[in-house]
Write a protein that binds this ligand. Structure first.
Ligand SMILES: Nc1nc2c(c(=O)[nH]1)N[C@H]1C(S)=C(S)[C@@H](COP(=O)(O)OP(=O)(O)OC[C@H]3O[C@@H](n4cnc5c(=O)[nH]c(N)nc54)[C@H](O)[C@@H]3O)O[C@H]1N2
Ligand SMILES: Nc1nc2c(c(=O)[nH]1)N[C@H]1C(S)=C(S)[C@@H](COP(=O)(O)OP(=O)(O)OC[C@H]3O[C@@H](n4cnc5c(=O)[nH]c(N)nc54)[C@H](O)[C@@H]3O)O[C@H]1N2
Ligand SMILES: [Mo]
Length: 686
């Protein structure tokens, strides 16, 4: 390009991708005349390596979207009708503060904040919001909707969300991609797999759906949903039986091997093959690849992700899988072991940032976000506490993403519930607001990030000024705090100060300012000599802590709640669509066009049995509701399992439905998480 074609005020600003994805990319935003025109991957950041996914490549399109909410809005039609009129910031904040003060005078616990990972930034997620709600004494939110089953299971086993460094997978000899569609949801990890593959590594995928990732692996174990613990226990069975175990590592660095051996003895491969619905030879082959290669000194690694923990036994399954590396001594090698999440490696200064001291000795009740439908419909009672009277939603779209939409919608539709939604767009949730407040996007505010898939800290600088009248979440809570009469100095701190507080002296902020990222000190082979973060310091096959909670101390297979029945013979899973990020980007036209329409993948035999043709409109149903979408007869579906790819906006789907009409509010064995993929349905031509 000729230099004279570049406008004078063209510049590039370094930021961080805010999305709920393990990759946490470093972004370069090109700004011309104050407008963000392009977002690209930072070539200087090793984990990003100059490449973005299709979705975030469209981040400028999303930010500049014609339907961005750019002024505060007040409801003018019936609840849920989505009819709003603009109001001033003063009017909006005054009304909210007046309502909240009246409720707090009775019981602040009647106020419920509801938020998740619309932005993963430590500052714009809970930075100022947590201070505000702690000072108020509002109900606490148990943030379980994604990762607590696997996360807590890992904590009980190896001590936290810690493990291998992601870049080490490039040097592994065997990689098990377990419950993850990496090409869709963890693209930058997939690069390392490709490198390992080029060097001769053997790659396994364990997934009920024949994903684009499964297509590119050497082996695919297409098991029934919710049977991963059975598979893991039968692998252990073979490891013990063939002595493909590392006796020294087990003796020095693990707890409870005898109990685990006994449990594994109950799971010969034949039994697991029956439960998982896969050929027994496949299980034998996998156990051999994993166990024997480890015995001969090769690096065996597991990329566990969250797809396998969204069922009743998800916690136990994650625990069973997390025991495998210690059994074979895989942790001895930098390219061996396991990675589920790296978020526990970060020294986040939570007390400084979130200020739990502002609770001042109060212990508000905790409400589980995964059962928000039930919570909103619950009357006051001694067990529950006060009925929820006000709901403040930010960084989340619960009407679309929370399980059992019927109940969620019924709760949001309550005329006596006062709902405030901080958003970029008029989502399904915003439709039910009394007041919508326009929030800034990542290109318009400061933030600082961890990653749950690598080990760098990233800083996000604002690239452009807030659009329209949008304000950062932090600023909105600052201004609300002032109106509520909260005078503590922490409510006056600006976003850059919050960014500095997030890691305190643990991260060199000047380096962040200069480069946009900084690498944590996390060892290669972190558990080569043990040192697990559990109470015993060992990998806990046997967990005293679980036993004390009345749970099985040793991992076991816990069958799904909703096993196929005559009435509902099909198992449904609802993993992410590649071009959406949960329900984000569904309203970005270029990406929606790539996904086409809401659809369910069906195996040809299941379709034939029901006389369903490819492309036909179908009704998927169970006792909780119906979801109307298009049938795709697809080789990706296992017989008996349907894949309802998520998470469409209800209002963009047929009859205003999405896949969460069908999911239940039942919780996982460990971690109080949702059971999205533990769901039996029937399908019929519409
Ligand atoms: N493009 C894209 N990327 C995303 C997201 C998105 O919506 N879109 N979401 C982000 C979020 S919030 C998260 S938490 C992560 C999730 O990241 P991952 O945990 O890696 O999850 P997914 O990629 O959803 O892959 C889950 C896989 O698990 C499979 N699965 C379902 N049930 C079972 C089971 O019982 N056992 C086994 N073994 N597998 C099962 C599904 O078929 C699916 O292929 O991805 C993030 N990245
Ligand atoms: N059936 C089914 N349901 C699922 C899943 C599944 O696999 N199947 N996956 C589950 C998982 S893993 C997750 S993590 C949840 C995710 O659920 P959510 O965390 O609710 O994620 P999103 O649907 O992406 O909605 C995030 C919203 O935050 C908004 N937002 C983004 N940045 C900001 C900001 O800076 N300020 C404000 N105020 N708003 C912002 C976006 O516009 C978007 O509407 O969904 C869960 N639901
Ligand atoms: Mo998630």
């Amino acid at each position: 390009m000729h230099a004279m074609n570049v406008p004078k005020d063209s510049r590039t600003v370094t930021g961080a991708c805010p999305h709920d994805c393990p990759d946490t990319c470093s972004l370069l935003t090109t700004v011309e005349n104050g407008i963000a025109i392009k977002v690209s991957g930072n070539p200087d950041h090793p984990h990003t390596a100059g490449a973005l996914c299709a979705k975030v490549s469209k981040y400028a399109e999303r930010t500049n979207h014609a339907e961005r909410i750019l002024t505060p809005l007040r409801r003018v039609g019936p609840k849920g009708s989505g009819q709003f009129a603009p109001i001033s910031w003063d009017a909006a904040l005054d009304e909210i503060a007046t309502k909240l003060k009246a409720i707090c005078a009775r019981d602040a616990q009647a106020v419920l904040p509801y938020s998740y990972a619309g932005t993963m930034g430590l500052v714009q997620s809970e930075g100022m919001a947590a201070r505000f709600f702690n000072r108020m004494g509002a109900s606490l939110l148990d943030r379980t909707i994604c990762a607590t089953a696997g996360g807590e299971a890992l904590t009980y086993t190896i001590g936290g969300k810690i493990g291998m460094k992601v870049e080490q997978f490039a040097h592994s000899n065997v990689i098990l991609i377990w419950g993850s569609n990496s090409i869709t949801s963890n693209l930058h990890f997939w690069r390392h797999v490709q490198e390992a593959k080029r060097k001769g590594a053997e790659i396994w995928c364990i997934d009920p759906r024949k994903t684009e990732t499964a297509d590119k692996c050497h082996h695919h174990i297409q098991l029934r949903p919710g049977t991963d613990a059975a598979l893991a226990l039968s692998i252990m069975h073979m490891l013990f039986a063939n002595r493909w175990i590392d006796e020294d590592y087990i003796a020095d660095h693990t707890l409870g091997v005898d109990a685990l051996r006994e449990r594994a003895a109950e799971w010969p491969p034949e039994r697991a093959a029956e439960v998982c619905g896969v050929p027994v030879e496949q299980i034998r082959h996998l156990a051999e690849a994993y166990g024997q290669r480890a015995r001969t000194g090769q690096s065996v690694a597991i990329r566990l992700n969250y797809g396998m923990q969204r069922v009743r036994g998800g916690g136990n399954a994650a625990r069973a899988i997390a025991c495998l590396p210690a059994l074979v001594g895989a942790w001895r090698k930098p390219a061996g072991g396991l990675l589920l999440s790296s978020s526990g490696m970060y020294p986040v200064q939570r007390e400084a940032l979130y200020r739990p001291d502002l609770l001042a000795g109060r212990t508000p009740r905790t409400i589980n976000m995964s059962t928000v439908g039930d919570a909103l419909n619950a009357p006051s009672s001694t067990a529950f506490g006060p009925q929820v009277e006000a709901l403040i939603v930010y960084n989340s779209n619960p009407v679309a993403v929370a399980p059992q939409s019927g109940e969620v919608v019924r709760g949001f539709a309550r005329e006596d519930l006062f709902t405030v939604v901080l958003e970029h767009f008029q989502t399904d949730t915003a439709d039910y607001a009394d007041i919508i407040l326009p929030a800034t996007t990542q290109l318009e505010h400061w933030d600082i990030h961890l990653s749950y898939g690598h080990t760098d800290v990233l800083l996000n600088r604002p690239a452009i000024a807030p659009m329209g009248q949008a304000k950062a979440n932090t600023q909105i809570f600052r201004e609300l705090a002032a109106r509520m009469g909260y005078t503590e100095a922490c409510f006056a701190e600006d976003d850059e100060t919050l960014c500095r507080q997030a890691y305190g002296a643990h991260v060199d902020f000047d380096e962040l300012l200069a480069k946009g990222f900084a690498t944590l000190d996390w060892p290669d082979a972190p558990f080569a000599k043990g040192g697990f973060a559990t109470p015993s310091g060992k990998c806990e096959f046997y967990s005293e802590r679980l036993a004390a909670m009345g749970l099985d101390a040793v991992p076991n297979h816990i069958p799904n709640i909703e096993l196929p029945s005559d009435q509902f013979p099909l198992a449904m899973i609802s993993p992410p669509a590649r071009n959406f990020l949960n329900s984000t980007f569904v309203n970005v036209k270029s990406l929606r066009n790539m996904e086409g329409e809401p659809l369910v993948e069906l195996h040809e035999a299941d379709a034939a049995q029901r006389q369903i043709a490819h492309g036909q409109l179908v009704r998927i149903y169970n006792a909780r509701g119906s979801y109307h979408c298009t049938a795709h007869i697809s080789p990706r579906a296992r017989q008996g399992v349907v894949n309802g790819l998520g998470i469409w906006w209800r209002k963009l789907g047929a009859k205003g439905t999405n896949v969460n009409e069908l999911t239940s509010q039942a919780l996982t064995d460990i971690g109080r998480g949702p059971t999205f993929y533990d769901c039996a349905v029937q399908v019929e031509a519409a």
